[in-house]
Write a protein that binds this ligand. Structure first.
Ligand code: SF4
Length: 334
């Protein structure tokens, strides 16, 4: 099976990917009865492999419930993987204990979708941004205060706002606090779990542009999880499309958006709005809903909704095939 890789950073100081996951699986047990017997599993992530290089952005897209957020959280070890491996700058962190993992936690941070519920309402914005420095025992009180001020400047907040509480900020400002907190430990990797989905469109652009500026400055890698293709197209170097726990297509941004090869990617792109009213695109309407990850269809997971499905698709699982130039697709037709 071909591994998908977003690691061609021309200015990368090392060829080692910042994040490399291989055959990652996360199955949640379903327990029932008084004895809490396991009666089944939710196959949220079912064999995902990819790599992200220094200063690169991998966009991970798919419909709601396809497992993309679970990939992000499992790759960060916020959820324990069921199987597979996770390497951070070449170090296998899959089975490290909480204590052993601590120094690596500094290198990977997360920005959540809802900036309001992810910020402690009882802490001031300054305390929130400073907290990771305390937890990881970095600097003294004075230097932490100076670092926090610099972070506020960097994300476009005023230093005077350090004493304000989260409810005193707008949605976009709260996400800037989340970004400042994620940056405080100077991480190598930031997982953005739908970081702009809850914001107004005009504010989304500001936050995305800020993230791109910070990436250029700090060479941080992003795993950018989103369902909005326009946002993913803007920020990503490479894009992976997920369907029901698996990556079905991977390519650099330009290739994926101009020459999609998987029927599911074609359908997603055809449903995305085009900003130019003179351009027309045939819409591919997918039938039915995403099947349950508790009992995913056999063979190709997409066969229940695919207009090109054959008997082979109902029996045999397609593996990712390399089409050349790093473009991989899991479809029997390719
Ligand atoms: Fe459709 Fe078959 Fe390709 Fe799956 S393998 S996407 S069902 S044609």
């Amino acid at each position: 099976m071909a591994e998908v890789a977003s690691k061609g950073a021309p200015n990368a100081s090392s060829d080692e990917p910042v994040l490399e996951v291989e055959n990652l699986k996360k199955h949640f047990p379903i327990q029932s009865g008084v004895l809490k017997r396991t009666t089944g599993h939710v196959y949220a992530v079912d064999g995902v492999s990819f790599a992200i290089g220094e200063g690169r952005t991998l966009g991970l897209v798919g419909e709601s419930g396809c497992g993309k957020s679970t990939v992000g959280r499992t790759a960060m070890r916020l959820l324990e993987p069921t199987d597979g491996s996770i390497k951070l700058s070449g170090v296998d962190v899959t089975h490290l204990s909480k204590k052993e993992l601590r120094p690596y936690r500094r290198q990977m941070q997360i920005i959540f979708q809802d900036p309001f519920s992810s910020l402690n309402p009882r802490m001031t914005a300054g305390e929130i941004v400073k907290e990771p420095l305390y937890i990881h025992d970095i600097g003294d009180n004075k230097s932490r205060q100076e670092m926090t001020k610099a972070l506020f400047d960097r994300v476009g907040l005023r230093q005077a706002q350090m004493n304000n509480y989260p409810h005193q900020f707008s949605g976009g400002q709260r996400q800037r606090i989340g970004i400042a907190r994620a940056l405080s430990l100077n991480p190598k990797l930031i997982v953005g779990d739908e970081p702009v989905s809850a914001l107004d469109v005009s504010i989304q652009a500001q936050v995305i542009n800020l993230m791109m500026d910070l990436q250029e400055e700090m060479n941080v890698a992003y795993l950018f999880i989103a369902h909005d293709l326009a946002v993913v197209e803007h920020i990503s170097d490479d894009v992976a499309v997920m369907y029901l726990g698996r990556i079905v297509e991977f390519a650099d941004k330009k290739t994926l958006f101009t020459n999609p090869q998987h029927p599911y990617t074609e359908a997603l792109l055809s449903a995305a709005p085009i900003p130019d009213p003179t351009v027309r695109r045939d819409k591919v309407i997918l039938q039915g809903d995403v099947p349950s990850p508790i009992n995913p269809p056999k063979g190709c997971h997409f066969h229940t909704r695919c207009p090109y499905a054959t008997d082979q698709c109902r029996i045999e699982e397609p593996v990712l095939k390399d089409l050349g130039g790093g473009h991989t697709v899991a479809c029997h037709l390719r």
